[in-house]
Design a protein around this ligand. Sequence first.
Ligand code: 5AD
Ligand code: SF4
Length: 439
Amino acid sequence: MSKYFHITTYGCQMNVHESEKIAGILSRMGYKACDNIEDSDIAVFNTCCIRENAENHAFGNIGMLKKLKANKRDMLIAVGGCLTQQIGKADTLHDKYPYVDIIFGTHNLNELEELINKKRRQKKAVIEIEDSEGGICEGEKPLRTSYPNAWINITYGCNNFCSYCIVPYVRGRERSRRSEDIIKEAEELIAQGYKELTLLGQNVNSYANGTDDLSFPELLKKIADIEGKFRLRFMTSHPKDFSEELARVIAENPKICRAVHLPVQSGSDSVLKAMNRKYTAADYIKKIEILKKYVPDCAVTTDLIVGFPNESEEDFKATLSLVKQVGFASAFTFVYSKREGTVAAKMDGQIPEEVSKRRIMELIKLVNAQTREQTSHYVGKTIEILCEDYDEKRGKYLGRDEYGRMAYFSSGENKKGEFVRVKVGSANGMSLYGELTEE
Ligand code: 5AD
Ligand code: SF4
């Protein structure tokens, strides 16, 4: 009889790809994927702790499994991801949810098979959290779920220690995969028919820093040189390491999407300093100018935090004004979330919730207005879309252009994984609607 697994993923693309690796391990062990957690023989929670609400979400979902587990004693529940790697959190998890069978840290993912087997031999929970700086696991084949896009890790961990951020504590020090392994993986994916590769790292621009391996722009160029029609994306870039050479490589290689995610976090110099971001608003604007000099049509997206300790009304206004000046194509906006163990968690001047709420509403309003305004310019234009999926609700196919705009269109044939040309008829908020065209 078949055995089934179910994975619940929280957080970023990095975690989505990590879940693909977990799925790869479980399929190798003979499990099959299933859509409903109730049907699973092993339920895995791949958690995130970057903000408190992501953490609470995971805790809530794990809590809801108590009943299911009581009725289905053979079912295994495993919890992995960033949450488990915080000091003391694995024990909290174990105390609060004693029915969780396996708790494994971010550095223990490649031991999952061993941990499952160990749990089968013993009654008590298996807890394996390696408190190391982190290694690199090669050779485990992920079970990919986001065709026609494929994620490729290029770096793990982070050395930047932005004062609000827990990532360096739970993901370890920055380490880069060898370029030959990355290029080989990219070649295989293109040969298998993937049409978009996204290189992943907390700070891709510092790829292989301090080693004799390729620089990030060199690596990008090598991958862009692989035969075949495909798109190449990367995330995330840290503004302090974003170089002119990178802008040039984007300009010279049409396969590299003209879309850069460059988190600025704040427009206020004093807040940026307290965040330990190592650039000023003017430095950031300069980087954008360099990028636009080489790639004038580049879509720049960003991350923004409001309510960082001591953020004054003036600081917040500086963020609004930077957003207006840069004209981001879109932005992820966050309310600062205090993370135990980070430098900012010890700072005085925490901002009252109602102030942060008001600020984030104002910021979202501005960002959305800008995005809408930019989207409206698409009407009447013909764009190239990589079709990603079919939306049952709308009864339409969907995909993105190279700048990251989502477009919907109708087709009698399955277009998933194909590049198609779409004439945009209307724009609704952030999305475009159009028809297939030969133009
Ligand atoms: N509070 C709010 N937002 C945060 N981010 C990281 N840590 C925090 C935090 N403690 C945001 C940053 C980062 C994105 C991935 O998450 O904007 O770029
Ligand atoms: Fe966190 Fe800063 Fe590293 Fe990004 S660069 S993961 S925000 S510490």
